[in-house]
Design a protein around this ligand. Structure first.
Ligand code: NAD
Ligand code: TYD
Length: 348
């Protein structure tokens, strides 16, 4: 084995795309998917990898120091790509402590396990997957660049910012070799239907209200999840040690425009009367402390590593809608909790 890479949060949305890319592209790497399978983790996302010799799954909570240590020893981990997190802003508003536990304490546990197991940092890498939300909120002008000061405004982004600070502190204090990338909003197959795009697809299909927070004028910068996975592969292999890379698609949309686009496309795909799904749009109370706008300047990763998105938003959203329409069972399982049955059947 050339490398033995621990990917945390691999059963989640982005993690599953990263695990699949690495397992298929690098047959001579050992890939260990470490995930405790919260409501957001679903091994059905990776059912196509079952039986592949270089793929391993370990059901471990990153808060469990002893179990983490054992995984490092058992698999002789050489590198970490860390995605495991509580990831939904609305949940962080109702239960901030859960975010501190997993995102802050869990990350520090993982840093400790890596440092202790590796002894000398040379030849190893700790790659932290972060978000553009750590930079705070923009008004109508400007972009987040890598040197933008951290200014997190939600409990979620505060917990991610804190964990990024710990990663940098471990690089500075203990010489750990690290990388951080900060990505904009992802969309695509396998996203849990609590986030805006899959929630709307699910609700349009089922003729349920589409809750738009406030006036729907907040802006997000959307990137197709497979393009994020490709960027992570590039940063992992070619990124300069202890550097930060911003990842984004230069693809800003107001929420209301996205919701209307989804209505239009689903009316077409479901053979409904044009305009009928828009009647489901319901303006609801705004999210507390709702960040107005995120927008990533992805020039550094483009110039240094040659990365750019491979699909347009129109192509990505079309693929995404088709995936959700073709995977009703997946949606049914994750919304009912039945995805746990997959784990029990395959892992006992
Ligand atoms: P997700 O919620 O879909 O998946 C998170 C995964 O982590 C799940 O499989 C869950 O079971 C696992 N997990 C949670 N707590 C754990 C714990 N204590 N121990 C072990 N596993 C645990 O999240 P996502 O959207 O795929 O995001 C993945 C990472 O990317 C996160 O770190 C997130 O902050 C970051 N990110 C997400 C986005 C986005 O738009 N979704 C954008 C930029 C960065
Ligand atoms: P979300 O997908 O939760 O991602 P994030 O908060 O991390 O950007 O939300 C995207 C945007 O959509 C955000 O501005 C909040 C808004 N939103 C709604 O208007 N209605 C909803 O039901 C949800 C989940 C989000």
């Amino acid at each position: 084995m050339k490398k033995s890479i621990l990917i945390t949060g691999g059963a989640g949305f982005i993690g599953s795309h990263v695990v699949r890319l690495f397992v298929n592209k690098y047959p001579d790497y050992r890939i260990i998917n470490l995930d405790c399978l919260t409501y957001a983790g679903n091994l059905e996302n990776l059912s196509d990898l079952e039986g592949k010799g270089n793929y391993h799954f370990s059901k471990v909570d990153i808060l469990d120091e002893v179990a983490l240590k054992k995984v490092f020893n058992d698999y002789q981990v050489t590198d970490v790509i860390h995605l495991a997190a509580e990831s939904h802003v609305d949940r962080s508003i109702t239960d901030p402590l859960a975010f501190v536990k997993t995102n802050v304490l869990g990350t520090v546990n993982l840093l400790n396990a890596a440092r202790e197991y590796w002894q000398v940092p040379e030849g190893h890498l700790f790659y932290q997957i972060s978000t553009d939300e750590v930079y705070g909120s923009l008004d109508d002008g400007g972009y987040f660049v890598e040197s933008t000061p951290y200014d997190p405004k939600s409990p979620y982004s505060a917990s991610k910012a804190s964990s990024d600070h710990f990663v940098r502190a471990y690089a500075n204090t203990y010489g750990l070799r690290t990388l951080i990338s900060n990505c904009s909003n992802n969309y695509g197959p396998n996203q849990f239907p609590e986030k805006l795009i899959p929630l709307c697809i699910h609700n349009i299909k089922n003729n349920k209200p589409l809750p738009v927070y406030g006036k729907g004028e907040n802006v997000r910068d959307w990137l197709f999840v497979e393009d994020h996975a490709v960027a992570i592969d590039l940063v992992f292999h070619k990124g300069q040690i202890n550097q930060t890379y911003n990842i984004g698609g230069f693809n800003e949309w107001q929420n209301i425009a996205i919701v209307k686009l989804l209505c239009k496309l689903l009316d077409q795909k479901l053979g409904r009367k044009p305009g009928s799904s828009e009647e489901l749009i319901t303006f609801v109370k705004d999210r507390a402390g709702h960040d107005l706008r995120y927008a990533i300047d992805a020039e550094k990763i483009n110039k240094e590593l040659g990365w750019k998105p491979s699909v347009t938003f129109e192509q990505g959203i079309d693929k995404t809608i088709d995936w959700y329409l073709e995977n009703e069972a997946w949606l049914e399982n994750v919304t009912s909790g039945d995805y746990q049955k997959y784990y029990q059947k395959h892992y006992g």
